[in-house]
Design a protein around this ligand. Structure first.
Ligand code: SF4
Ligand code: SF4
Length: 197
């Protein structure tokens, strides 16, 4: 049986120059502790937004103003609008002759913090290119969409600009996108494996 852990431990020497900062929690006032007044405040704010937006939508409907009030996107009936600079589903880029630009340098696989890229390299038939990817898989179920793979790539072979954010699936295996799917040569259809009830 191992000895119980000591009650006090010395701070590591590396932290000696960074003393712990003690943050005191603010003391709640009586009206905050009984909650009712705060709940009432919340209802007032919600109601104000509701009636202000109702007024703006009504004015727009009768043609008084061009600008509408706040709009709730009716997803999934309306597609999700993603900012152009947002990092979305990856794609692999091709050269002019249609071959993948990836030279299997493993930079993206190495830098990936989620370890969700799997590359197997093989010799390239092109004497000017040393290697190419034989297998290039990305597990979207593990990816954290940090974009490091795009930043690390020396060949501009991988981008995250498809605008696609809907990659849900009924099983984990379908979350893995292979090279042909990432190149756009093969369409991925997660709905194909929907379990029949
Ligand atoms: S976006 Fe980040 S987590 Fe996802 S594959 Fe690229 S490096 Fe890995
Ligand atoms: S960093 Fe670029 S070239 Fe290198 S393996 Fe990844 S995608 Fe291919």
């Amino acid at each position: 049986m191992t000895d119980p852990a000591p009650e006090t431990q010395e701070r590591p020497a590396s932290l000696a120059r960074h003393p712990a900062r003690i943050v005191t929690r603010p003391v709640m006032r009586f009206q905050e502790r009984i909650y009712l007044i705060e709940v009432w405040h919340g209802l007032v704010i919600t109601s104000r937004h509701f009636f202000v937006n109702l007024w703006r939508h009504t004015r727009r409907a009768i043609g008084l103003v061009a600008r509408a009030g706040a709009v709730t996107i009716q997803y999934p009936d309306d597609p999700a609008v993603v900012a152009k600079r947002g990092r979305t589903r990856h794609r692999l880029m091709k050269r002019e002759d249609g071959t993948p630009r990836c030279v299997a340098c493993m930079m993206c696989e190495t830098v990936c913090p989620a370890k969700c890229i799997k590359i197997v390299a093989e010799e390239s038939p092109d004497v000017m290119i040393e290697k190419r990817a034989k297998i290039f898989d990305i597990d979207m179920g593990l990816c954290v969409f940090c974009g490091y793979c795009v930043e690390a790539c020396p060949e501009d072979a991988i981008r995250m600009d498809t605008g696609q954010v809907e990659m849900s699936s009924f099983n984990r295996q379908d979350m893995v996108w292979n090279m042909q799917e990432l190149l756009g040569n093969k369409k991925k259809d997660p709905a194909a494996n929907v379990p029949r009830l």
